[in-house]
Design a protein around this ligand. Sequence first.
Ligand SMILES: Cc1cc2nc3c(=O)[nH]c(=O)nc-3n(C[C@H](O)[C@H](O)[C@H](O)COP(=O)(O)OP(=O)(O)OC[C@H]3O[C@@H](n4cnc5c(N)ncnc54)[C@H](O)[C@@H]3O)c2cc1C
Length: 418
Amino acid sequence: MPKFVEAEMVVIGGGPAGMAVALSAWEQGMRKVFLLERNPHLGGILNQCIHPGFGLHVFGEELTGPEYAERYIEALARTGVEVFTNTTVLGVERDRTVKAVNRHGVFVFRPQAVVFAMGCRERTRGMIRLPGTRPAGIFTAGCAQYLVNVEGYLPGRQAVILGSGDIGLIMARRLTLEGVRVEAVVEIRPTLSGLLRNYVQCLQDFRIPLLLSHTVLEILGKERVEGVLVGEVDENGKPKGPVRHIPCDTLLLSVGLIPESELLKRAGIPLCPSSGGPFVDEDFACDVPGFFACGNVVAVFDLVDHVTKSAERIGRRVKEGRKETQPCLTLTPGKGVATLVPQRIREGKEGSLYVRPKESLKGAKLSFVQDGKEFYTLRIPICRPGEMIHLEISHIPWPEERKEVQVILEGERHVDSL
Ligand SMILES: Cc1cc2nc3c(=O)[nH]c(=O)nc-3n(C[C@H](O)[C@H](O)[C@H](O)COP(=O)(O)OP(=O)(O)OC[C@H]3O[C@@H](n4cnc5c(N)ncnc54)[C@H](O)[C@@H]3O)c2cc1C
């Protein structure tokens, strides 16, 4: 028999987003808050990120992932938030019924607010249709990071990394420090995908080559990876020029992250096609009343500090129990914008807006347009896909008309001389 549990708020996922929501709900005076995490420990992806670089905005100091997580774990321990670890949420219904399972049985909650904070997952070889054989030795970068930093295993001795996302860059340095020879980081686009600081600290400092506008054309090897064929590509990703054979026994893939949105789909929460996560307003409320989402399940954020800040808004909104009015504006990504969060503006007075550029631009102009009329612009000297543009919502003079607003980013194409 399932156990029925009375709850005000149920938070699904105990990473930095989930922990920050649960904490802020408690601080706002809610007393029946449940945090459900499928792993044995809280902390989410931070537990495997043993490098520094976390918390500069929130704490004003540079912490490692586990240190950042620990601050929230300790703060939660001083509250009455009910933390259920080793507990997997199996399903969420549109009437806010949450079904979870652990070794004590099945639990059913029907809280006033359900918060999705399940993070994201990595794109795999199948998703990018990489040609060649199917030998052992192909890992996603995050999986390799878990093996090295948590389990203490080395994935191989000689590696090539496909994709210049942050996890790939960080793993290039990590593997080098463990004695693995990293032959190259290969990036199909003409620009870096991750943060510039990670390029400098993880590749340049260790003299690891970055091959921009290149891709892996074929994986070689029967039982184990024996090498890869790498070649240059044109702006449409089509191979051109000579092909290079790079011997290696390991190929890491750092080719993008996608929000973990299965539970949302099943609950019928509308999803945004460009981010892959739910549509949210400035308080991270979804389109269906009573549902909220924060962190990487909404969109892949560049910094954990932004994940935490996104989460903290939810506690306040739920406590205030503000009437669920319709959002007054819908934001859509126009030319030059890959994703933006939030996509709904309810009051337009507080909170942040995050915009991820499609490509690197210099002398860029970010414009907000309604009915063909530009009502706000912001000049940005340089922007890159690896770094989100961050704006205060209150600085934007939102129009009265309840109509769609397009967010457009234009400028001169820029290629970093890396
Ligand atoms: C390799 C790597 C390096 C990074 N480096 C930096 C850096 O240097 N600086 C920085 O600021 N940020 C960095 N980040 C980003 C930062 O770690 C993330 O932004 C942050 O962890 C996202 O938080 P989250 O809570 O949304 O998701 P996560 O940390 O992924 O947490 C989600 C949690 O939900 C749980 N969950 C999922 N589904 C269920 C379910 N059905 N039931 C119960 N629980 C569930 C998962 O087990 C997980 O614990 C890095 C990220 C990665 C992957």
